[in-house]
Design a protein. Structure first.
Length: 303
């Protein structure tokens, strides 16, 4: 259970977020939201940023845009009506903000039909939070998509998170160490967990780099992943906490999310200069999912 002082902070933040999620169609002044929690604007932003990794104003703005993007995908509402319903004062301001965040105007996003950069609401229900002893920030989870990709590197069999005798914490670093000794110019660093045909608790892990090599050149330590929708966990904390954060995702977050995980390729995406021995690390874990209904609107309804 969270420490009493930590729990009190989360409860006060949670009360504000409950209001935010139910009033995304209304203007929101950060100072007023902070006063609801009994803090100054500076105090609230400091506490919120410490827990969520961003300011409250940025969180509200991104959530409004994510809800608007979800409505573009799942409804046939007019674009101007979606913008107004999500708290934007005009079609021009909505389109400008949307393009700035997503890199394309709303009409193009709708035509593409793929979830990209959809930030889901933070849930601060004490029953659904990760254990406090993990010392990791509350994970931000977004819905995203990735086109077909090819990864090349060093592969091996490992026993995973839910095995009676897991060995991923020793086998995976060995694979990355071997890869580091390989020649060649690497691209983005990606760990791939091949869970497509898992019948037990062991699977193939590929420590590698994304490459543009053609599919006909695939070899034993090379794979091609399909275009796929994902739930993306933005993890920040001690790397030793990641397995427990993943358990939290599957047992607490996912059952209440409205999307379904599927067996496929899980991805670990690491930033340049990633150091697993650092006291706190930042990386992303991508889990294949199917999206059959709105996810954000379930937790942050408008109106």
């Amino acid at each position: 259970m969270p420490r009493p002082d930590h729990q009190t902070q989360l409860v006060r933040i949670g009360e504000v977020l409950n209001y935010v999620h139910l009033n995304l169609d209304k203007p929101m002044a950060v100072a007023r939201l902070a006063s609801m929690a009994g803090w100054s604007r500076w105090q609230f932003n400091r506490v919120f940023a410490d827990q969520a990794g961003q300011s409250l104003g940025q969180y509200v703005r991104e959530l409004k845009l994510s809800l608007a993007a979800e409505l573009l995908l799942f409804t046939d509402q007019r674009i101007i009506d979606i913008g107004l319903a999500c708290g934007f004062g005009s079609d021009i301001s909505f389109t400008r903000s949307f393009k700035q965040h997503f890199g394309c105007p709303p009409a193009q996003y709708r035509r593409r039909g793929l979830p990209c950069l959809l930030n889901t609401p933070l849930c601060l229900d004490p029953e659904l939070l990760p254990p406090d002893h993990l010392k990791a920030r509350i994970p931000r989870i977004r819905l995203d998509s990735k086109p077909a990709f090819t990864v090349a590197g060093q592969a091996g069999r490992v026993r995973g998170l839910f095995s009676a005798r897991p060995d991923f914490d020793t086998k995976v670093p060995q694979l990355w160490k071997t890869l580091g000794q390989s020649p060649g110019t690497p691209g983005p660093r990606i760990g791939v967990l091949d869970l497509r045909h898992r019948s037990g608790s062991d699977f193939t892990y590929l420590a590698g780099y994304q490459t543009e090599a053609p599919s006909e050149a695939l070899g034993p330590d090379r794979l091609q992943g399909p275009a796929q929708n994902y739930a993306v966990i933005s993890f920040r904390g001690p790397i030793t906490s990641l397995p427990d954060i993943l358990k939290w995702f599957f047992t607490a977050w996912l059952p209440h999310a409205g999307c379904q995980a599927v067996y496929g390729y899980d991805l670990e995406i690491y930033p340049p200069g990633f150091d697993p021995l650092a006291p706190e690390v930042a990386m992303e874990y991508w889990i294949p999912v199917t999206l059959n209904e709105p996810v954000i609107a379930r937790h942050a309804p408008i109106g």
